[in-house]
Design a protein around this ligand. Structure first.
Ligand SMILES: Nc1nc2c(ncn2[C@@H]2O[C@H](COP(=O)(O)OP(=O)(O)OP(=O)(O)O)[C@@H](O)[C@H]2O)c(=O)[nH]1
Ligand SMILES: C[S@@+](CC[C@H](N)C(=O)[O-])C[C@H]1O[C@@H](n2cnc3c(N)ncnc32)[C@H](O)[C@@H]1O
Ligand code: SF4
Ligand code: SF4
Length: 292
């Protein structure tokens, strides 16, 4: 049983927002489209969604938010992920160090950690909190726990952190377990100015020994100076959307066919069994590439 949308895109990945709450206030944050505080899904709701997703052949899940590590039942949520489903998490890393080992033991495979600056003062300006040391500890704890590869997410912000690209490449250079992801700012309504990630990508291309194209979103991975670097360029990118294989779930239990749309959600809160399966089909039927 597989979920293929009307554009021929096979849904193989579920992206679940576990909470809309966060302990940071990043200036640019899209909050995965959730800005109001919402009543979170229960562990049972999440477990049932995962069970149905597995039945439909969805073989990987990304836990995100808000900040997923602030959920008290995070370990139980990970334990509820069905066998054979690859589980990863995207986190700001501030609360990660003390729980990294437990997350791994519960079945989490790897983490992406957001770190927009290696400079303490600048990190504070971007995120609203002076927590760079905790994030750096979180990165090392994740590596030690085997939550690898650890991907570092860096949103490239014009006039703010563009000058840190080389620093990040040096930071990851020679460390096989760390991958960098430079992310283009999705500018929704935020008037922050969009950095020219295409220019950065051209430069990386010139310097790379090897370039790999990932199946997901057809993203490119560049290998240079001992570092692996991905560039995530979602805006006005038809190729990215044409190869989008993820279905989202909002923290309050709605299937969300596209990150950038808020008008086509399917409410599945509290739904079980065949009724939930049918709603998965409805949501996949509503999927269409945002940029086409
Ligand atoms: N437009 C768009 N942006 C996305 C999508 N998925 C991820 N992103 C953006 O890509 C960036 C990285 O997302 P992550 O949560 O780290 O996950 P990922 O890199 O997509 O997934 P993995 O490579 O499997 O770890 C974030 O800025 C997301 O907002 C998507 O389907 N559409
Ligand atoms: C919304 S956060 C949720 C998970 C966690 N709190 C974190 O920061 O990693 C997921 C990812 O989206 C990125 N992100 C948030 N707002 C964005 C925007 N406007 N454009 C591009 N990426 C964004 C963040 O940097 C982070 O890597
Ligand atoms: S830590 Fe993540 S969810 Fe929180 S404000 Fe920053 S990007 Fe958004
Ligand atoms: S914008 Fe929508 S269609 Fe495009 S990649 Fe993101 S979620 Fe998929």
């Amino acid at each position: 049983m597989h979920l293929i949308d009307t554009y021929g895109r096979n849904v193989t990945n579920l992206r679940i927002s576990l909470t809309s709450k966060c302990n940071l206030r990043c200036t640019y944050c899209h909050r995965e489209g959730e800005f109001e505080p919402k009543e979170e899904m229960s562990l049972e709701d999440i477990a049932e969604i995962l069970r149905v997703a597995k039945k439909f052949g969805i073989n990987s899940v990304k836990l995100t938010g808000g900040e997923p590590t602030i959920r008290k039942d995070i370990i139980d949520i990970i334990k509820a992920i069905p066998e054979g489903m690859e589980a990863s998490m995207t986190t700001n890393g501030t609360l990660l160090a003390p729980i990294a080992k437990d997350l791994k033991e519960a079945g989490l495979s790897r983490v992406n950690i957001s770190i927009d600056s290696l400079d303490r003062e600048r990190y504070k300006q971007i995120s609203g909190k002076d927590m760079l040391p905790e994030v750096l500890e979180g990165i090392e704890a994740a590596v030690d726990a085997g939550l690898t590869p650890v991907k570092l997410n860096i949103v490239v912000l014009k006039g703010v952190n563009e000058d840190e690209v080389e620093n990040f490449i040096r930071f990851a250079g020679g460390r096989k377990e760390i991958i960098l992801q430079f992310i283009e700012l999705m500018d929704l309504d935020v008037d922050k100015g969009v950095s020219n990630v295409s220019e950065l990508e051209e430069d990386l291309k010139k310097r790379s020994k090897t370039i790999i194209t990932r199946r997901m979103h057809h993203r490119k991975k560049y290998c240079l100076e001992g570092a692996e670097v991905e560039v995530v360029r979602p805006m006005h990118n038809k190729e990215f959307c044409a190869n989008c294989n993820r279905l989202r779930v909002t923290s309050d239990g709605e299937l969300k066919p596209c990150l950038l749309r808020h008008d086509n959600h399917v409410n599945v809160r509290g739904k079980r069994g065949e009724e939930l399966e049918e709603l998965f089909r409805v949501a996949v039927g509503r999927r269409e590439p945002f940029f086409k």
